[in-house]
Write a protein that binds this ligand. Structure first.
Ligand SMILES: [Zn+2]
Length: 286
């Protein structure tokens, strides 16, 4: 098995929204804000090459929205999904499976593109199966009023219409062992219903794709929960449980949204679980 870090583009979000009830005087030390109170973020996907399968975890925002839409997110830098795949010697048509942690636009927007004459939408990975789970699919396609702006139907419905949509099994506990994709999956319900966190066994280590369970290093302290989370107290419990397991087992936490820290390990301290070491993907994925 080989792993590749695939940056599909950088953006910014309001720092206050990213840290919920935590005051700026505390979060700005790890996540400095610009003049508009926006903080640096990225959409870092993970590519898994395993035998005949080439699995892409999340696909970023894509490029089919209006410039007005992207204007809200202050895109920066020159990374793109195609450019990052190419750097590793791959093309999007090589992808056999697209696994989506959840269906918020910054995680699955790249899964769907305009068709050639811009009259409709089509899967952006023509040879891939798309993976979600049944409960989250229902949650996303009949959205509540809070999350409606994040679940864009043009990002979601074409996967089903093309016949490429598949669902993973939903476990009775919180972890699905040996999923249809080959890796274990931790299910978390605080950010959105049934977000999926892949736990990938790579050589002697476990790499956890943290998605929105831990967006940046600055979110390690338990109460540092995003304002976007639908069930913040549940996120707090899920983070506590997950981070304790991660510290005890020395998981390598792959951070999808942290623009400046790619992979971290964590350790138990008297204040709770805190940062241990920071790595680049080149350090770990050799
Ligand atoms: Zn999200």
């Amino acid at each position: 098995m080989q792993l590749y870090s695939v940056n599909s583009g950088n953006f910014k979000l309001d720092g206050g929204a990213m840290f919920g009830v935590v005051p700026k005087s505390l979060w700005q030390t790890t996540n400095p804000a610009d003049a508009n109170n926006m903080i640096d973020l990225t959409t870092r996907c993970l590519l898994i090459e395993d035998g005949n399968r080439l699995i892409l975890i999340d696909t970023g925002m894509g490029n089919k929205q209006s410039s007005k839409f992207y204007g809200y997110y202050y895109l920066w830098g020159n990374h793109s999904l195609d450019g990052s795949l190419k750097k590793h010697g791959f093309h999007r048509d090589d992808i056999t499976d697209v696994f989506m942690t959840h269906l918020h636009f910054d995680h699955c927007g790249g899964s769907i593109q305009w068709n050639h004459d811009k009259t409709g939408y089509e899967p952006a990975f023509k040879n891939a199966l798309f993976w979600s789970n049944k409960d989250h699919w229902q949650w996303a396609t009949q959205p509540n009023k809070r999350e409606k702006v994040s679940f864009l139907k043009e990002n979601i419905l074409p996967m089903e219409e093309s016949g490429q949509l598949n669902f993973t099994t939903i476990p009775t506990g919180d972890t699905l062992i040996n999923s249809e994709l080959g890796f274990d999956i931790f299910f978390a319900n605080g950010h959105t219903d049934k977000q999926m966190i892949p736990l990938i066994k790579y050589k002697e280590i476990t790499v956890a794709f943290m998605a929105d369970l831990l967006p940046t290093v600055g979110h390690l302290p338990l109460p540092y929960v995003m304002g976007y989370d639908t069930r913040p107290l549940l996120t707090l419990d899920e983070k506590e449980k997950f981070l304790n397991i991660a510290a005890s087992n020395n998981y390598y936490l792959f951070l999808e949204h942290d623009a400046h820290n790619e992979i971290i390990t964590v350790t138990n301290t008297e204040k709770g679980v805190r940062l241990k070491d920071i790595y680049t993907s080149q350090d770990i994925f050799q």
